[in-house]
Design a protein around this ligand. Structure first.
Ligand code: NAI
Ligand code: MG
Length: 396
């Protein structure tokens, strides 16, 4: 029997293209695992009214380790219209299955490392005052609170009377008191002290373990006084338990500006759910974009690893496939780290680094050309060719 069982959830679109590539790498590196497929995504919303079927949850409960590709989400109205006619008007409401997965298993710690690989033509470069160009090395690791904040799903268009009444107890509701309910939409940004403590503790421990000297809390406490304020307050407490790591604080808006000026100044970053999503995509953009952006969703029992990109539906049907599998492969390397297979994880990352540095095999995104059917004629690699090149560079 294999040592690990990994639940594989390819999902939709290019999730189905990149996930098998990651498994080829895990096999080649000698990871002792078997894989069980689990259903997730749009197809199951349309057919069953549930994009995250109970049988998938059961497999994750049992095996505790998941690899996820990507899913397609659509706005409320479109989702309802695509539901199988036999299921319509039966009270099915679409909710993103990956957000659902994070909440159901309390995968509250989302880690998104954004590290530049030398030789990547997509790396951030900066013009110097003398007209020259420099390429600072980026090494930022975003810790995104993954279960609360604006993603907690507590929201209404046309809030019911009790909710309106509750809102009216707040002095700041006065200007809205004459707006008809149907013209009001509310999304709740809810933070709990416990979740703030958990994400901050994870971040400080990571900083300590990996030699970062600071943790930056990236919120907006001057305006979002209660939620961001709580994150900052707890950060000051947690920092006291890690006196060797400095606590820095930035506002999300200023952070978005500074990261394109001096990205090398930042190491470990902590943010709530939405700001964490935003700032991690921004850092990803400095190290190659979505084709390089990996992540782990980690709870006390279950962990699911996924590229941060979505299902990129326009690329799904391209045959041969042309999307970059590196984000998915680096996510698989994070899975290896998680189960203590650090050497194998390093082997994978070194092989990716070698392929990027050599630059002989590149997907269209690394060539900075629009992703269309014709890119292969222009010299872009097909998806599996990137994996082949990585396999060639693995230490065996
Ligand atoms: P997306 O990440 O799917 O694609 C945006 C663009 O990024 C693509 O058009 C492509 O140009 C580029 N790209 C993404 N992955 C790439 C790769 N591996 N190699 C090369 N280029 C790549 O985001 P978009 O278009 O906003 O969303 C498409 C669908 O995915 C939506 O239904 C959205 O809800 C869903 N989504 C799902 C996520 C998840 O499953 N975790 C995350 C983000 C979006
Ligand atoms: Mg995102």
């Amino acid at each position: 029997m294999a040592k690990h069982t990994v639940v594989t959830m390819p999902g939709d679109g290019i999730g189905k293209v990149v996930l098998p590539e990651a498994i080829r790498v895990l096999d080649a590196v000698g990871f002792d695992a078997e894989y069980v497929h689990a259903d997730i995504g749009w197809e199951f919303w349309v057919k069953e009214g549930n994009p995250l079927p109970e049988r998938t949850l059961e497999l994750l409960r049992k095996h505790k380790l998941g690899l996820f590709g990507a899913i397609t989400s659509k706005p409320k109205k479109e989702a309802a219209e695509e539901l199988d006619p036999s299921l319509r008007d039966k009270g099915f409401v679409y909710f993103s299955p990956i957000v659902g997965l994070r909440q159901k298993f309390y995968l509250d710690i989302c880690i998104r490392p954004c590290r530049s690989f030398a030789g990547n033509p997509l790396n951030f470069v900066r013009q110097k005052a003398d007209g020259g160009v420099e390429e600072p090395s980026v090494d930022a690791v975003i810790f995104r609170q993954n279960t609360e904040g604006l993603y907690c799903g507590i929201e209404w268009t046309s809030p019911p009377a009790q909710v309106r009444d509750a809102l009216a107890t707040h002095g700041k509701f006065k200007p809205f008191s004459s707006v008809p309910s149907e013209d009001i939409a509310v999304s709740v940004r809810l933070f709990t002290r416990n979740a703030c403590r958990r994400i901050l503790t994870a971040a400080f421990e990571y900083a300590e373990k990996h030699g970062y000297r600071s943790v930056t809390v990236c919120e907006k406490p001057n305006v979002l006084r209660e939620t961001s304020g709580m994150m900052e307050e707890v950060a000051r407490e947690v920092q006291k338990e890690h006196p060797d790591i400095q606590l820095w604080s930035t506002n999300i808006d200023a952070q978005m500006m500074w990261l394109t000026k001096n990205p090398e100044d930042y190491g470990v970053i902590v943010a709530g759910n939405l700001f964490g999503d935003i700032v991690s995509d921004a850092f990803a953009g400095l190290v190659g974009g979505l084709g390089f952006a990996c992540s782990g969703n980690i709870g006390d029992e279950v962990a699911v690893f996924e590229p941060t990109h979505g299902s990129a539906p326009k690329y799904e049907k391209l045959d041969p496939p042309i999307v970059n599998p590196i984000a998915m492969i680096l996510s698989a390397a994070m899975l290896l780290d998680h189960v203590g297979e650090t050497e194998k994880a390093t082997n994978v990352r070194n092989a990716v680094a070698a392929v990027v540095r050599e630059g002989r095999v590149r997907t269209y995104d690394m060539m900075r050309i629009p992703g269309e059917g014709g890119v292969i004629a222009e010299g872009a690699a097909m998806t599996p060719q990137i994996t082949d090149a990585i396999l060639d560079r693995l230490e065996r």
